[in-house]
Design a protein around this ligand. Sequence first.
Ligand SMILES: [Zn+2]
Ligand SMILES: [Zn+2]
Length: 241
Amino acid sequence: MGIFNNIINIIYPPRCILCHGFISTHNTLGLCSDCYSGFHRISSPFCPICGIPFNGSGENHLCGRCLKKRPFFDTIKAPYIYEGKIKQAIYTLKYEKNTLVADIIGPIVAEFVCKQIGENKNITVVPVPLHPKRLRKRGFNQSLLIARHIADALDARMDFLSLRRIQNTMPQAMLDKKDRRKNIRGAFRVKGHEPFKEKTVLLVDDVATTTNTLNECARVLKKAGAQRVMCAVIARTHNTI
Ligand SMILES: [Zn+2]
Ligand SMILES: [Zn+2]
């Protein structure tokens, strides 16, 4: 097997998934060190609820928005700021439909989430669903691909059927702030017999920007009896616009 792999590596030397530069055969990450160092970790201080990072140094503290009105979710865990190479990786996954990216980023995010919340068999991992029409168009749900790695790492069960997207909303990026909230309201529904009653749910999405989508999912999940809704994303924007 070792010899076979060596021959494969000579014929097809491994390349970085983002910049396509050659990488060492010992690099199991699938990313070159330049690209990986272009993923910017979120560090304190940040808001412990919505995860938004603040400039400067100091303790974590609630942001003005969360102080004014608590969101329905309890917390968002995000390892990276949505910029640079991680933004490129998410674009490659979603729009160039390179699902190999999920196999590289997924374990990194899963390890981060595991460290943050600890192994927990009682968590139900729920990817933010796509509307069936968008799912058909893209061919896969990027949040589900990431959620799989998180569920594995937590040794938790995943439920990707009970939370449904019943409205095919406009992409949030095309709307202004006020319309984004309106756009997403009523877009999700819980199906089945009390699948989330008294459960702790870990919602998984690719990016958190306005957090309106996660908040609307959390509202619906809590209405369906979920006790706690935590969220995990690959990356989070600097602001909520
Ligand atoms: Zn690279
Ligand atoms: Zn906040």
